[in-house]
Design a protein around this ligand. Structure first.
Ligand SMILES: NC(=O)c1ccc[n+]([C@@H]2O[C@H](COP(=O)([O-])OP(=O)(O)OC[C@H]3O[C@@H](n4cnc5c(N)ncnc54)[C@H](OP(=O)(O)O)[C@@H]3O)[C@@H](O)[C@H]2O)c1
Length: 300
């Protein structure tokens, strides 16, 4: 490994579960590289609900733990066939399962988690893509919307929902949206939604071939007979035949595909706020206050 690299790195860790006050920025040893791994200088990550849930709830590997799933950065060490030192990459690391958090200046990850970063936007901004994009793509794949079919996305301007609306449109489906607030309607239209609601009770009955629930609302009355209901939320599924949950899986081919869509102008990433990692507590507080239009980036 290069002798120019620092021996330590700063990371955002928790020692116990709790409110934003349990988040601590501390110096830890530079991660060692195993075979097939690369060291990445992180440009940015983003905040996802799983991050505050892992902080607040008794889930994930026992503390002390480095949090964070998303990563956009530059390879600084490691010899693997697919990536070289200097490459700009993105990755999603399933921190809750593997303990490999991305909220550090230097992160070691298996090369099979990396995809080349989109080239059409600043590297930092690409950190908005991995978890939310992979979740949206895999949930839609589970629902299999066909061209011309009608799709309802709930939470349509949220991290996952905003990408799901665009990806569903990309399949040729007709997409409608449920948002949490009337002032979010125009944002959903900009993403490609035709009709937008903000009250589940107002949704038309039995209209949709696919309902993709990212908001944890019961939109089952809007599902057409024989339609597919897929949820990514923690809430129990409604009593709909065949309703299923989709859980995001690390998948570099999906990441690479998402990056090509970004570069083709087919998938837009909206950034609501940027916080340096040293302000991680403020970033969590803002995120948990809700009402955002776009992702919260954590910059390194
Ligand atoms: N299963 C998986 O693999 C997986 C993967 C990723 C995420 N998730 C889960 O999926 C959920 C969404 O994730 P995310 O990253 O998209 O979160 P997010 O960025 O917070 O987006 C959630 C969106 O839903 C909206 N919303 C909340 N209540 C609503 C309601 N009653 N009607 C309409 N919209 C409503 C929110 O609006 P406000 O901000 O105004 O409340 C927000 O726009 C979270 O629970 C997350 O933990 C699961």
């Amino acid at each position: 490994m290069s002798e120019n690299l620092p021996m330590t790195t700063r990371a955002v860790q928790i020692d116990r579960h709790g409110g934003p006050e349990v988040l601590t920025v501390r110096e830890i040893p530079r991660p060692a590289l195993a075979d097939g791994e690369v060291l990445i200088a992180v440009a940015a990550s983003s905040l996802n609900p799983v991050d505050w849930k892992t902080r607040a709830w008794e889930v994930g590997p026992p503390p002390p733990a480095t949090l964070g799933w998303d990563l956009a950065g530059r390879v600084v060490a490691g010899e693997v066939p697919a990536h070289r030192v200097g490459d700009e990459v993105i990755a999603m690391s399933a921190q809750i399962a593997t303990g490999r958090g991305t909220w550090a200046e230097l992160v070691a990850l298996p090369a099979h988690l990396l995809a080349s970063a989109p080239t059409s936007l600043p590297l930092e901004d690409a950190a908005a893509l991995p978890l939310a994009g992979t979740t949206a793509l895999q949930a839609l794949r589970a629902a299999e919307p066909a061209p011309g079919e009608r799709v309802l996305v709930t939470g349509a301007v949220g991290g996952v929902g905003a990408l799901a609306v665009q990806l569903a449109r990309h399949t040729g489906a007709r997409v409608d949206a449920l948002v949490s607030r009337p002032e979010h309607r125009s944002a959903a239209v900009e993403l490609g939604a035709e009709r937008v609601w903000h009250q589940p009770a107002d949704l038309p009955s039995a209209q949709y071939h696919v309902v993709l629930d990212t908001a944890g609302v019961d939109a089952s009355h809007a599902l057409a007979h024989g339609g597919r209901y897929v949820s990514i939320s923690d809430e129990p599924l409604p009593a709909v035949p065949g309703a299923r949950k989709s859980y995001v899986q690390e998948n570099t081919a999906d990441l690479a595909y998402l990056a090509t869509l970004v570069d083709a102008g087919e998938l837009r990433l909206r950034i609501a706020e940027r916080h340096p990692f040293t302000d991680i507590r403020a970033a969590h507080e803002r995120f948990e206050a809700r009402g955002l239009l776009g992702k919260v980036l954590i910059t390194f």
